[in-house]
Write a protein that binds this ligand. Structure first.
Ligand code: HEM
Ligand SMILES: [Cu+2]
Length: 658
């Protein structure tokens, strides 16, 4: 096991050396800061060992912000490289690495944690529960996700990034054509993060089915909870496929098997099928919770209940079923034959029906509503036309015969950005502006929010609209440059300028976060938007036990009706009982560390070291099986004290913004 340091630490490239220096400086700054301000204990007690769904949610969201930064920089680098023809800012190899890490990071390490973070913060509150069903498992989910994300990210400076696209098609991703460690990172880091996600799916299914408060039948659940339930079911159905595919990939790359290489009897098409059997549902895993967020925001700021609730539920179930039946549309051109292509063409286009139902429901919700144009509402309004462009071009791509023309061009890249940016990123922003006061007890700045919205929205369209036309003119995706004679130059330049405007929008958002922590008024009402669902019946920020007394639900939009009956924030003191809470645990964090170390050794194929590190995993499991900690109780007196404190202040604050 001779360690070749020159292969491990990448040197010679200014971008990478710059990042290495930046990483070292950041680590020194964080360690120094924590030591100087004596915050290590606080970090350990309040965050690293927490099992509180709200804090876990906040950590997911913070990871999402960081990863958006990383993925966004990848995007900007690509846009800079293609701004002019025959540029040499990035070479072909670098471009390959960057679109690969960009795609993986944006989908798995940006979209997923943002949405799972919001699910964590909001869903237990919306169903009137004290936490998720398995709080410690929830912490383990987060830490495994985080461990996988960090492992994937260090590939840039240690060993080299994967470069076979976020789809990692074989034979390109196999050992023969990608001998470096880059694609090992893909196989192993995604495996670790994926295990975390799978556990999240199981956790939320059980939570939503078993932990709803009295009276909340399935058809009285808020729409965000519905979408979380269906998303979790898709996670449980789809992620194991990816787990298996990645395991087979790991065997192929590390142990010389040939599941995916033709040369020894394997099949590269097997990878393509397995990947998209997970990959297409994955798109709905990120887009359905986003639909849930828009449903909450649009109903709240139209001051009406959601139009067509039942048809909304039916259409998300329909989308979930169809999402498992369309995967072949990603490789129409691979020659499955006209009959197969036609079937998948039809299933693909069918998805437009339930999606269309939802769009009309949102529009009808707004009809005759007294609309408040808050920032959260702006994101929801902006989503609709942009997402329709993404949807319509999706139907175009879904026509198998026409797809021979569009396939692997920038038309496709433009299409899925028009789905994912409005469908996920806009939703995340809407959700953050909306639930920020619930998470922290103060708001994001509405005026900055509007700059953020307009810059981001305009920048997004200027970046991606030209790509449709470039694609139709024949510009292929994943190409690091093009010739001056191609005539692509003007549109590429416009697109690059757009990406700068987009980045400015994101910068305003980052500043807004800073602004809110620094300057925002602290005495915000617990229900600043005059909202409809139960999460607003708690203190802002929410007490660790969520509800002093679990609420009873009689109808949809339960909190709205409680307010109508003047029982919104009424607390019947005689009903307060002791609350049973789970204890913190350092075990999930420990498991993520040993998983991360084992994964790192596997990436470099240091098998003995990996085996030794894996013993750490087994030790963790053993410790957990001897863990009889049953949690602790909060006394009635304590609850009364806490409740009277915030309720007294609550009386004196200005309610309802806008
Ligand atoms: C923030 C602004 C963004 C910019 C400037 C950007 C730009 C780009 C560019 C230039 C490409 C490569 C085009 C090519 O094939 O040559 C690309 C690919 C891709 N992007 Fe983005 N993007 C952005 C946001 C996102 C978001 C939010 C997501 C997902 C949620 C996303 C997912 C992807 C994926 C999956 C690929 C394909 C990677 C591959 O070919 O393997 N992007 N993006
Ligand atoms: Cu698909």
């Amino acid at each position: 096991m001779g360690i070749k340091w020159n292969e491990i630490l990448i040197t010679g490239d200014p971008l990478i050396v710059g990042s290495q220096i930046a990483i070292v400086m950041t680590v020194i700054a964080i360690v120094g800061g924590l030591t100087y301000f004596k915050k290590w204990g606080w970090l350990w007690r309040e965050w690293l060992t927490t099992v509180d769904h709200k804090k876990i949610g906040i950590m997911y969201i913070l990871s999402g912000v960081l990863m958006f930064f990383r993925g966004g920089i990848d995007g900007l680098l690509m846009k800079a490289q293609t701004a002019r023809p025959e540029m040499n800012f990035l070479d072909a190899q670098h471009y390959n690495e960057i679109f690969t890490t960009h795609g993986v990071i944006m989908i798995l390490f940006m979209a997923m944690p943002f949405l799972i973070g919001l699910m964590n913060v909001v869903v237990p509150l919306q169903i009137g529960a004290r936490d998720v069903a398995f709080p410690q498992l929830n912490a383990l989910s987060f830490w495994l996700f985080f461990s996988g994300a960090m492992l994937f990210n260090i590939s840039f400076v240690v060993g080299g990034s994967p470069d076979a696209g976020w789809t990692s098609y074989f034979p390109l991703a196999g050992k023969e054509f990608s001998p470096g460690v880059g694609n090992n990172y893909y196989a192993i880091a995604l495996q670790i993060a994926g295990l975390g996600t799978l556990m999240t799916g199981i956790n939320f299914i059980v939570t939503i089915l078993k932990m709803r408060t009295k009276g909340m039948t399935l058809m009285k659940m808020p729409m965000f909870t519905w979408t979380t339930l269906i998303t979790s079911i898709i996670i449980v159905a789809a992620f194991p496929i990816f787990t298996v595919a990645l395991a087979l990939m790991t065997f192929d790359r590390l142990y010389g098997t040939h599941f995916f290489t033709l040369s020894s009897g394997g099949s590269d098409m097997l990878w393509a099928n397995l990947f998209w059997l997970w990959g297409h549902p994955e798109v709905y895993i990120v887009v359905l919770p986003a639909f849930g967020i828009f449903s909450e925001v649009i109903a709240t700021f139209s001051r009406k209940s959601l139009y067509g609730y039942k048809s909304m539920v039916i259409s998300i179930v329909g989308i979930a079923l169809l999402s498992m039946l369309v995967w072949v549309h990603h490789f129409f051109t691979m020659g499955a034959g006209p009959a197969v292509n036609s079937v998948f063409s039809i299933t693909t286009m069918l998805i437009a029906v339930p999606t269309g139902v939802k769009i009309f429901n949102w529009l009808f919700t707004m009809r005759k509503g007294r609309i408040k144009f808050t920032t959260a509402m702006l994101w929801s309004l902006g989503f609709i036309p942009n997402f329709v462009i993404g949807g319509v071009t999706g139907v175009m791509l879904g026509m198998a015969a026409a797809d021979y023309q569009y396939h692997n061009t920038l038309f496709l890249v433009a299409h899925f950005h028009y789905v994912l940016i409005p469908g996920v990123v806009f939703a995340v922003f809407a959700g953050l502006y909306y639930w920020w006061p619930k998470m922290f007890g103060f708001m994001l700045n509405e005026k900055l929010g509007k700059y953020h919205f307009w810059l981001f929205n305009i920048g997004f369209n200027v970046t991606f609209m030209p790509m449709f036309f470039l694609g139709l003119q024949g510009a292929v995706r994943r190409a690091y440059t093009y010739s001056a004679e191609s005539g692509f130059a003007p549109l590429f330049l416009v697109s690059a300028i757009g990406s700068i405007i987009l980045a400015l929008g994101f910068a305003v958002f980052c500043y807004n976060i800073y602004w809110s922590f620094r300057y925002a008024k602290r005495n915000v009402s617990s229900d600043p938007w005059d909202a409809r669902t139960l999460e607003w019946a708690t203190a802002s920020p929410v007490q660790f036990y969520n509800f002093a007394v679990l609420p009873e639900v009689k109808e949809l939009d339960a909190f709205w009706h409680m307010k109508k009956r003047n029982s919104g924030l009424v607390l019947k003191e005689e009903e307060i009982e002791e609350i049973h809470m789970p204890s913190n645990s350092g075990l999930p964090f420990y498991m993520a560390v040993v998983f991360g170390i084992t994964g790192f050794f596997l990436v470099f194929e240091w098998h003995i070291a990996a085996a030794v590190a894996a013993i750490g995993i087994v030790i963790g499991l053993i410790i957990r099986s001897f863990d009889y900690d049953d949690g602790y109780h909060v006394t009635v007196q304590e609850i009364k004290n806490i409740e009277s404190k915030w309720r007294k202040v609550e009386g004196g604050v200005k309610h309802h913004v806008g």
